[in-house]
Design a binder for this molecule. Structure first.
Ligand SMILES: C[S@@+](CC[C@H](N)C(=O)[O-])C[C@H]1O[C@@H](n2cnc3c(N)ncnc32)[C@H](O)[C@@H]1O
Length: 208
């Protein structure tokens, strides 16, 4: 996602410090709130904010690589004063330095960057190297939920999960016209793509 540099980004982030985990120690201080529900690549945070509000008994953490996107998400959580949500400015490949084994119940991968060039396959968030990072962090029975409009990324993900021995469930190539549509919370990208008529692909993957 290309983003224009936000004015006063650092200061705006600092103003939301209550919702921002700056170091692994900040996360470890929340240990008693585990298991965590984690979104990777939350963008502007519409999905995770609405999901945390709808499930006040669960504790949500959203990871985002690009700080300018994170500022918007943080300001949204602060404006809505959401107590069960925190954000981390992090590359997903470093998750193992923050989370302990068996600490995450669900991981949401929503409209991850498709990286269509073959040479960029390792950057896709469902590449086997990323699956190897996620697997030990999931609880027993834990899962990944993926949504995307991108057929190439979806096909690649199905292959990577199968190759790594993950079990697939609730697979659909048209989420909004499926049995899993009810209760679906849309992301910013999902709203845009479905308004343009693109079907939304969705899967659940279990490492057991
Ligand atoms: C296409 S956007 C989708 C945003 C949002 N999930 C949605 O559906 O509206 C993908 C987001 O993933 C973030 N991202 C990409 N690679 C990442 C990584 N390795 N770790 C954390 N975030 C990443 C990008 O910065 C971007 O904000």
């Amino acid at each position: 996602m290309r983003m224009r540099k936000k004015k006063n980004g650092a200061a705006r982030m600092e103003a939301c410090t209550e919702w921002l985990l700056k170091t692994p120690e900040d996360l470890w201080a929340l240990k008693d709130r585990a298991p965590f529900y984690l979104e990777i690549g939350c963008g502007k945070g519409g999905f995770i904010t609405a999901t945390a509000k709808a499930n006040p008994d669960r504790f949500y953490i959203a990871v985002e690589l690009v700080s300018d996107a994170l500022v918007t998400a943080l300001e949204r959580a602060k404006a809505e004063d959401i107590p069960n949500l925190r954000f981390v400015n992090l590359n997903a490949k470093e998750l193992g330095e923050w989370f302990a084994p068996g600490e995450i119940a669900e991981i949401y991968l929503n409209f991850s960057d498709p990286w269509p060039k073959k040479g960029h396959a390792k950057r896709r968030l469902t590449h086997r190297d990323f699956l190897a990072v996620y697997k030990p962090l999931l609880t027993e029975g834990g899962k990944i939920c993926q949504k995307t409009d991108n057929v190439g990324l979806f096909d690649f993900s199905l292959e990577e999960f199968a190759e790594a021995g993950w079990r697939l469930e609730a697979v659909t190539r048209d989420l909004h016209d499926s049995e899993w549509a009810e209760g679906n919370i849309m992301t910013e990208y999902e709203k845009n793509f479905s308004e343009q008529g693109s079907p939304i692909h969705r899967l659940e993957a279990y490492p057991d």
